[in-house]
Design a protein around this ligand. Structure first.
Ligand code: UDX
Length: 455
């Protein structure tokens, strides 16, 4: 099939590359000339495992094209995917200006029938606004063209996006039931046929429900994490091991094992933004989502948990102290620093007078960029960007782990002890067993595990 993807950001690029991998002829549009030049020269603007290979393979096969030509992009695909950013507005609601601009471009240039697929995460009612924008442009141009807007939210996890796309657990699709909607449904069914070989993975519903499903999923997952974080903080106080509790409750199939890990708080581009946007939607309909308000507040507090543990050990004034920080990206397998808990920790350590040496296996370049915005020059001078995880430890008063990269899971504990000034580890992702650390002669502070540390 001929497909156009508008926006070569994280979602657009993964979607375009993976649809080409299925044999489709994909045209990716972006207005950012630098990005298109980079893609056309074989580069990839984001770190995403496996993506570079898929892009290279499909470009070579002539199935994947990158361009800034709006007219050509509209002419190319009968399916027009909108996968542009929806950054939060000042009040937390999703900013739809890029989505609506993309819709207008389609309306302005289209001639025949088009299916407009909302891939971006957009609030309930957006498909109606997209339809109105397209209709206005068609009327203005005087063309005779028909279309249907389909909602098809993405459920891609950063760091596992190619795999999530190629092996989806569900494909959510919303159409409006009109004649054009049914025509769109048939085309989308065809597109996703390769995923439905063994069993049906597509769920058809009305457009609004599809739009809502995305927010409901992310809000539910964020809620689980914040709930576990609250339990972990209580576990620390009452002498309970949160990891034992996690196994104990996760084995109940009604609860399940996924997304039950207490830690240093959730970050990234989706959970924080989507929780806020859903709260804003509720507000607009005179409803208050009390649970989500708490989810957000708990997460803001959880990002401070490592700093609080450091202060409990070293005191409020950290002047003259030096700390090693492992893990800067908001989670492993990505270089994304958006809403990363490490940024909150660094702010606290620097404000309290400490110096730090930071290391991340992939996110160093992005960290330099982002931290140079977070901190002024004098503060930045107190942040050393270390060349290796072990290099970051030299003469540090403690090691603080914020992101659970695989490379941090089996370190040489003797080396850690030899390099640190004091053998103290604060572990924001519960990578190690407290007993194992005690046996290694390391003072260990996990999340919700202090009962084992005390023992
Ligand atoms: C999320 C959704 O999972 C995905 O379906 C959606 O399309 C986009 O948002 P992503 O933000 O890439 O994906 O990361 P995810 O793996 O979901 O993790 C989000 C955050 O939660 C990370 O900061 C992670 O460290 C944290 N987390 C996750 C926990 O603290 N505990 C857990 O048990 C799981």
């Amino acid at each position: 099939m001929k497909i156009t993807i508008i926006g070569t950001g994280y979602v657009g690029l993964v979607t375009g590359a993976c649809l080409a991998e299925l044999g489709n002829d994909v045209f990716c549009l972006d207005l950012d000339e630098n990005k298109i030049a980079l893609l056309n020269s074989g580069g990839i603007p984001i770190h995403e495992p496996g993506l570079e290979e898929v892009v290279a393979r499909n470009v070579a096969a002539g199935r994947l094209h990158f361009s800034t030509d709006v007219g050509a992009s509209v002419a190319h695909g009968v399916l027009q995917f909108i996968a542009v950013g929806t950054p939060p507005d000042e009040d937390g609601s999703a900013d739809l200006q890029y989505v609506l601009a993309a819709a207008r471009n389609i309306g302005r240039h289209m001639t025949g029938f088009k299916v407009i697929v909302d891939k971006s995460t957009v609030p309930v009612g957006t498909a109606d606004r997209v339809s109105a924008a397209v209709r206005e442009e068609i009327a203005a141009s005087g063309a005779t063209a028909s279309f249907s807007v389909v909602s098809n939210p993405e459920f891609l996890k950063e760091g596992a996006a190619v795999d999530d796309f190629m092996r989806p657990d569900r494909i959510v699709l919303g159409h409006d039931g009109s004649a054009e909607g049914l025509r769109a449904r048939d085309l989308m069914k065809n597109l996703y046929k390769p995923f439905n070989r063994n069993h049906e993975r597509t769920f058809w519903m009305d457009v609004r429900s599809a739009e809502f499903t995305k927010y409901a999923a992310n809000a539910m997952l964020a809620t689980r994490i914040s709930f576990m974080n609250e339990l972990a903080n209580l576990a620390d106080k009452v002498g309970v091991d949160i990891e034992a509790v996690r196994h104990g409750i996760g084995s109940d199939p009604r609860i399940g094992h996924s997304f039950l890990y207490a830690g240093a708080g959730y970050g990234g581009s989706c959970f924080p933004k989507d929780v806020q946007a859903l709260e804003r939607t509720a507000c607009q309909f005179d409803q208050e989502l009390l649970i989500l308000r708490a989810v957000e507040a708990v997460n803001d507090r959880q990002k401070l948990v490592l700093g609080r543990k450091v202060v409990a050990s070293f005191g409020e004034d950290l002047a003259g102290r030096h700390f090693a920080v492992w893990g800067l990206a908001f989670k492993p397998n990505t270089d994304d620093m958006r809403e990363a808990p490490a940024r909150v920790l660094l702010r606290e350590l620097i404000d309290r007078g400490a110096t730090v040496a930071v290391y991340d296996p992939v996110a160093m370049a992005e960290a330099k960029r982002v931290l140079s915005l977070d901190f002024n020059a004098a503060e930045l001078a107190r942040i050393e960007f270390a060349a290796s995880s072990m290099g970051a430890l030299e003469q540090a008063d403690a090691l603080i782990i914020v992101t659970e990269w695989k490379a941090f899971r089996s370190p040489d504990f003797d080396q850690i002890k030899a390099r640190l000034k004091q053998a103290i580890v604060f572990d924001g992702r519960n990578l190690f067993e407290p007993e194992q650390m005690a046996a290694n002669g390391i003072e260990y502070h996990g999340i919700g595990r202090s009962v084992l540390t005390r023992r």
